[in-house]
Design a protein around this ligand. Sequence first.
Ligand SMILES: [Zn+2]
Length: 180
Amino acid sequence: MSKNGENRQDGSINAAREDETKEEGNAKHDVFTVEKRSQIMSRVRSTGNASTELKLIAEFKERKITGWRRNSKIFGRPDFVFPKLRVAVFVDGCFWHGHDCRNTKPKDNADYWRAKIERNQRRDRAATERLQELGYLVVRIWECDFKKKHRDRLDEKLTPIAEAFARRRAADEAANEKNV
Ligand SMILES: [Zn+2]
C-alpha cells in the first residue's frame, strides 16, 4: 500500500516531465498550462496524503493510542489532533514540504517548484511555532518515515504520543478509582 502512494506521486511528476521533454523537442520551453499544473498538483496532494494518513492510523492502533480528531480547524490544520493530550500531528509529503530525502528534484521550472515548496516550509514552521506557543506537542512525520528502513525514526516520533496517552489514561483511571 505504501509503495502505491509513493509510486503514484512519483508517477505524476515523471509524467509531467515527459510532457516537458516532448515540448522541448518542439522548441517550446515553457511547459504546463496553469490548468495542467494544478491538475498534477492536486493528484499528488490527494494520493500522497490519504495513504500516509491511513498508515499513521494503523500505527496509532498498533500502539493502542486513541482519541485523535481529523480535519481540525486549529492553527495550521494539523492532520491529527489529540485534544485531551494537546498533541498535534502533521504528516508531510516529502516533495511538497521540501524534505531533503528527495533525490528527484524537478530541474525544469525549478524556480516555480522551489518557490512553492519554500512557501509550504514557511507555513509549516509558522504552524509548529504557533502551536507550541499554545502548549501543543507538535509531531511532524515525513512520508518517508513509513519506509521500513526508517522504522526507528517513526518509532521515535510516535513514542512521545504513546507516553502522553499512557500518562493520561493512568490519570483518568486514578480519578475513577477515587470516585468509586
Ligand atoms: Zn522524506
